[in-house]
Design a protein around this ligand. Structure first.
Ligand SMILES: Nc1ncnc2c1ncn2[C@@H]1O[C@H](COP(=O)(O)OP(=O)(O)O)[C@@H](O)[C@H]1O
Ligand SMILES: [Mg+2]
Length: 177
């Protein structure tokens, strides 16, 4: 109950970001909501691709221009390791009302929901969520800084898992997955 609500992880290169997404997926479950904030090219879709791989869903996971919400089914029957992935990209929306009209969380209730550009309508999105802020690192084109912020007790558990798995990673065994 007393764990931190914030975790920072840097990745060097897109493959490391996808690996981070796969790691995150292990701690996600049905009904979870992840908000991905960061500029164009930050790595929001790359992280989502990793989560999709971790959830064992059909690809490709990308950000098609005219699809606001894509559903990716698991390759096998839903289990802890195979869940539907819902991937929203709100970039083109301008009014919070448009975000509200999408009804994202109810639509995604049987899976995990990841949302790019949530700032288009934060008030219309679930108050409890895992916020992921992605920043570029000056002078290092292939580096990104991920700040995970748990909003709500449920997401502290996710951060606990992510942090613990990071220790494994640092000791070497899971690094290059
Ligand atoms: N550490 C990194 N993590 C993620 N992407 C990276 C990284 N370093 C370089 N890149 C590049 O940045 C781009 C990220 O693209 P994308 O995931 O589509 O961003 P977004 O969805 O945030 O607009 C890709 O071209 C990728 O190759
Ligand atoms: Mg994207």
């Amino acid at each position: 109950m007393s764990t931190a609500n914030r975790l920072q992880i840097n990745t060097a290169g897109v493959a490391k970001t996808r690996a981070l997404g796969r790691r995150l997926a292990r701690y996600l479950r049905v009904g979870d909501v992840v908000l991905l904030q960061g500029p164009l090219g930050a790595g929001k879709t790359a992280l989502t691709q990793g989560v999709g791989a971790g959830l064992n869903v059909e690809g490709p996971v990308n950000s098609p221009t005219f699809v606001l919400l894509a559903r990716h089914d698991p390759l096998e029957a839903p289990t802890a390791r195979g869940l539907p992935l819902y991937h929203a990209d709100l970039y083109r929306l301008t009014a919070p009302d448009e975000v509200a009209d999408l009804n994202l969380a109810p639509q995604a209730a049987d899976g995990v929901l990841l949302i790019e550009w949530p700032e288009r309508g934060l008030a219309a999105l679930p108050a409890e969520h895992l916020l992921v802020v992605i920043e570029l690192v000056e002078g290092v084109p292939s580096e990104r800084r991920f700040t995970f912020v748990a909003v709500g007790e449920r997401y502290r558990r996710v951060l606990d898992g992510l942090e613990a798995s990071g220790h494994v990673s640092r000791s070497g065994s899971a690094r290059a997955r």
